[in-house]
Design a protein around this ligand. Structure first.
Ligand SMILES: *Cc1c(COP(=O)(O)O)cnc(C)c1O
Length: 362
């Protein structure tokens, strides 16, 4: 790779397209004759306003976001949304959650602080290695929403069909799959994603929310900053936003638009995932951890025959130029995160490394 860069399989922050990083580097000291770097710019300036507006317009075009949805850029990363969702959407005080792994568990624990949580389906019985059947969930009539983590980053599962919410609002944490494939926004009431997995730098979440769900009658205990209405009414400029992340994400939106949009991104991602899964299915040393029909296209967890060998593979891989292959501490094993910006050559090179490792050690 150019610049001595490494194939970085980190679950996040993760790789960004090289072309985008080059453009950012070229604009670093003087953004388009403004005389300053975007990091030094007033968020109230015309030049930044244009960066923000273009980012939103490009995202709307990329995802085909209908006019009755707001796009919000909110600080606090993904974790803050675990609290903002129930604070803003629990009107009746009950919400349904599907428990599929580490990130949905965190969302459930946080939501319990604000109201009643019904866990309507779970895959805890088999260590979160599959997506439970969500075709006939027991959803109480007064449930404010049904919440899913659509791609479980740590466990490596993804929904290939959405739950039947029986007319209730669907809320989805898309952090680790955001912009990895086309998305029919009107299937959801609210979509959110932390951007550092598949889009840009850490520290910001993008929230796409249907306008009728934005409430102006929140209880007094909700901090001003944590009201979706405050962000929506101020075009995400209520206070100083994460200007740098908005700028970088905007670059990535343009990059995706000029490379065939989300259909093309999905095809590239599927090709990469197929290379890795085909190898895992043929290997007698490495085993994929997830039920084949629920496998994530973004995060691929797998194991070798023992914990000791897992650790040996991780360090041999690092020495060979493949970084961050250690599985999350809560599940162990290995994990290759192959987001939008991971080139296909990176996955092919990893597979050829693993194949050789197996031949020598298997
Ligand atoms: C990373 C991640 C989060 C948390 O994001 P932070 O920005 O670290 O708070 C939440 N949900 C999912 C699915 C994630 O992958």
């Amino acid at each position: 790779m150019k610049y001595g860069r490494t194939y970085n399989f980190s679950a996040g922050p993760a790789m960004m397209p090289e072309e985008v990083l080059e453009e950012i580097a070229a604009e670093m000291l003087n953004y388009r004759a403004s005389g300053m770097c975007v990091m030094e710019m007033s968020h109230r300036s015309q030049v930044f306003q244009q960066i923000r507006d273009e980012a939103e317009a490009d995202l709307r075009r990329l995802m085909g976001i209908p006019d009755n949805y707001k796009v919000l850029f909110i600080q606090g990363g993904g974790t803050l949304q675990f609290a903002m969702v129930p604070m803003n959407l629990m009107k009746n005080g009950t919400a349904c959650y599907v428990e599929t792994g580490a990130w949905s568990k965190k969302a459930i624990a946080e939501a319990r602080k604000y109201g009643k949580v019904e866990v309507v389906a779970s895959s805890a019985d088999r260590n979160f290695s599959y997506i439970p059947d969500c075709s006939d969930l027991a959803i109480p009539a007064d449930a404010d929403y049904v919440y899913i983590c659509e791609n479980e980053t740590i466990n490596g599962t993804t929904y290939h069909t959405l739950p039947d919410t029986k007319g209730h609002v669907l809320v989805s944490d898309q952090s680790s799959m955001f912009l990895s494939r086309p998305c029919n926004v009107s299937d959801y009431g609210l979509i959110w994603g932390g951007v550092q997995k598949n889009v840009g730098p850490a520290g910001m979440a993008i929230v796409i929310i249907r306008e009728d769900l934005i409430r102006h009658d929140l209880p007094d205990f909700v901090p001003t900053y944590l009201s979706y209405a405050v962000h929506a009414d101020n075009d995400s400029l209520y206070n100083t936003p994460n200007c740098w992340a908005i700028y970088c994400c905007g670059k990535v939106f343009k990059y995706l638009l000029s490379h065939g949009g989300l259909e093309a991104a999905a095809a590239r991602n599927q090709e990469k995932a197929d290379v890795l899964y085909r190898f895992l299915d043929s290997s007698r040393f490495f085993t994929g951890s997830v039920r084949p029909e629920d496998r994530s296209v973004m995060n691929v967890p797998f194991v070798s025959p023992s914990k000791e060998q897992d650790a040996q593979v991780v360090s041999a891989a690092k020495a060979a130029g493949f970084d961050n292959l250690k599985g999350h501490k809560s599940v162990g094993g290995l994990r290759a995160s192959i987001y939008n910006a991971m080139p296909k050559e990176g996955v092919e090179a990893l597979v050829s490394f693993l194949r050789k490792y197996e031949a020598a050690n298997g």
